[in-house]
Design a protein around this ligand. Structure first.
Ligand SMILES: [Zn+2]
Length: 213
């Protein structure tokens, strides 16, 4: 059993990062913390930080590192996160990574590796039902009748962020943002690389094996 339960998850869109973060947190019995969720929580509770973030987001601006760091530190100081945590969507850059390093004991970065072609294949072959929200995948979970939702017969549609060119653009941004982080955690001896290509349950199993949990 690994004594360390402080993890961050890195991985491109389509790597199943959010799903694996949830599984890992449940397995370790620590909270799964995503910055989006903390932002929404502060906004709904109308805290000072929440009001500030709400104002920034309403103007379509990015929340600064300073505010993001404050909000994450505040969340990590809550009692349930003392035994550990799985962070998802943070840190996004070296400023945030350095801050996290200073405010925690022993964070390890888990990187779910996936080729760009595989990421594009996974995301751009995903179709959703606009009525019931069901998600289909042309390779892994095709609808029984082509282009039609199994549940309510609604014609399936593709969200604009699932189109191949948009996914490619997101991947370029992802690599630009994440490569310095990977280099940073590698240098620190805190990087664990996991192949994100196999099916989700297999990746979960491989993570648990590597972490000996
Ligand atoms: Zn449907």
């Amino acid at each position: 059993m690994s004594p360390n339960k402080q993890f961050i998850l890195l991985g491109p869109p389509g790597s199943g990062k959010g799903t694996q973060a949830k599984f890992l947190a449940a397995k370790l019995r620590v909270p799964h913390i995503s910055t989006g969720e903390i932002f929404r929580d502060h906004i709904s509770r109308q805290t000072d930080l929440g009001k500030e973030v709400d104002n920034i987001l309403k103007q379509g601006l990015l929340v600064s590192d300073d505010i993001t760091n404050k909000i994450v530190a505040d969340r990590l100081n809550q009692a349930d996160a003392v035994p550990g945590f799985v962070l998802d969507g943070y840190p996004r850059n070296l400023v945030q990574a350095a801050f996290l390093n200073e405010s925690t004991m022993n964070v390890q970065a888990l990187d779910l590796e996936l080729s760009d072609d595989e990421a594009v294949k996974r995301i751009s072959r995903r179709w959703t039902c606009s009525v019931c929200g069901a998600i289909y995948h042309l390779d892994f979970k095709p609808p029984q009748n082509s282009g039609i939702c199994d549940i309510d017969n609604t014609p399936l549609s593709q969200r604009s962020d699932q189109a191949e060119n948009i996914v490619r653009d997101r991947l370029v941004i992802y690599h630009k943002q994440t490569e310095p982080l990977l280099a940073y955690y590698k240098r620190e001896g805190r990087l664990i690389v996991i192949d994100g290509t196999p099916p989700i349950p297999q990746v979960t199993e491989n993570i648990n094996k590597v972490l000996q949990i």
